[in-house]
Design a protein around this ligand. Structure first.
Ligand code: LMR
Length: 396
């Protein structure tokens, strides 16, 4: 049976991990996968996570099954984090949340849920979007189409075109929006632009499906949730996929959440029953350890304050890296204006070079980034910025 298989290429993002690890160049630079790195190039465990983990290990009494919804306290705390505890959808009990294996698990569960609402439904994603969105939605049987988003020439949003496209979307389609820190472009909607998109969603009646993988990495935990909260306050139905991989640094624990908003509490209950069926058929129930860490942190005023501080350190470092690269390129006389990198948000930006130039950077300089020229900003450091900027200028 296996002879019918043909080998598939490595994942365009995760494949870089192996290439980078196998490279012995002393000055190699990893701008591939979106993980936070400290100035020494390490991805540390947050102090608040270490404390929470210890507390949990000491107090844990069982490893019995947790059930497909995952941890109820985690789900509630995640609702408060995403929407705010006072948000009408929380207060009127229109929201149902399940813990999921990472943000990717949340996206897949949500996609399967949409396919249950309407088999083969169309989902509109931004052009461009995270490389895994398309495969993941297609695997759930959805039809993926794109709406205009990033203007590669002018390094800004194609906002008018985006809005025009969204006005054509059918009421039975879903539209995927990035809450903040757009992956891969780093180009976010302003609050006024969110308001305009919310108006269109309300008017057209399509299902807004928001992916929030980087809450706290843009402007702050509440600021980054502006679109989520505004959309949830305006529409009857909405889906949210959130991740604790980046903001809690829990990458390998695989913890995230999938939330469904119903038009009323009864519809939310029906939706939850479908969600639980979906979960049971894929992985039965989510892992518990990551959720236990997050609920310990968010449930303690002291640990939450510490987490917000540690998150700010990560956010500030990424923003600092953006400015540092732009300044270095400018100081070294780059023939192009890279100032857009300092204006964009979150973990990623496109350098705006060709795939051939990306390959030269990889082969001749051991600098790794996705073929689209997406760079993971956290991989820049005081130690490598000079080499990086000189190498970029050399291939321009
Ligand atoms: C990324 O885009 O680099 C991250 O979200 C990691 C991943 O799974 O692709």
């Amino acid at each position: 049976m296996f002879e019918h298989l043909s080998a598939l290429p490595a994942d365009p993002i995760l494949g870089l991990l192996t290439k980078y690890r196998e490279d012995s160049h002393p000055q190699k630079v990893d701008l591939g996968v979106g993980v936070y790195k400290d100035p020494a190039g390490n991805t540390p465990i947050l102090d608040c996570v270490k404390t929470a983990e210890k507390l949990r290990t000491d107090s844990e009494t069982t490893k019995v099954y947790i059930g497909p919804t995952g941890s109820a306290p985690f789900n509630e705390l995640m609702n408060a984090l995403a929407f705010g505890a006072d948000h009408p959808v929380v207060q009127t009990r229109r929201i149902r949340t399940v813990s999921t294996p990472g943000g990717t698990g949340a996206l897949r569960v949500a996609a399967e849920f949409i396919a249950k609402c309407k088999p083969g439904a169309t989902i509109w994603v931004s052009d461009p979007t995270w490389a895994n969105h398309t495969g993941l939605f297609q695997a759930a049987g959805l039809t993926v189409k794109t709406y205009p988003y990033y203007d590669y020439d002018n390094k800004c949003l194609k906002f008018d075109e985006m809005l025009t496209a969204l006005k054509q979307v059918g009421a039975e389609d879903a539209v995927l929006l990035h809450a903040c820190c757009h992956n891969p472009s780093g180009q976010d909607l302003s609050t006024a632009q969110w308001d305009a998109v919310v108006e269109v969603a309300k008017d057209k009646g399509f299902l807004p499906f928001i992916d929030m993988a980087y809450q706290g990495f843009g402007d702050g935990v509440d600021e980054d949730a502006y679109g989520v909260r505004a959309m949830a306050a305006a529409v009857e139905n909405m889906v949210l996929a959130s991740s604790c991989s980046k903001n809690f640094g829990l990458y390998r624990e695989r913890i995230g959440a999938c939330s469904i908003i119903g038009k009323d509490s009864a519809q939310a209950d029906v939706s939850l029953s479908v969600l639980l069926y979906v979960v049971r058929c894929i992985y039965s129930m989510p892992p518990a350890h990551g959720a236990a860490i997050v609920e310990t942190i968010l449930g303690s005023a002291e640990l939450k304050a510490q987490w917000l501080d540690e998150l700010k350190v990560m956010r500030d470092r990424i923003n600092g890296n953006r400015a540092m690269l732009v300044n270095k390129l400018h100081a070294l006389g780059a023939s192009r204006d890279f100032s857009f990198i300092a204006r964009q948000k979150g973990m990623f930006s496109f350098l705006g070079i060709s795939e051939a130039q990306v390959n030269t950077l990889m082969k001749d300089y051991s600098i790794y980034m996705v073929g689209s020229s997406r760079i993971s900003i956290a991989g820049i450091s005081e130690d490598n910025v000079d080499y990086l900027a000189k190498s970029i200028i050399a291939v321009l």
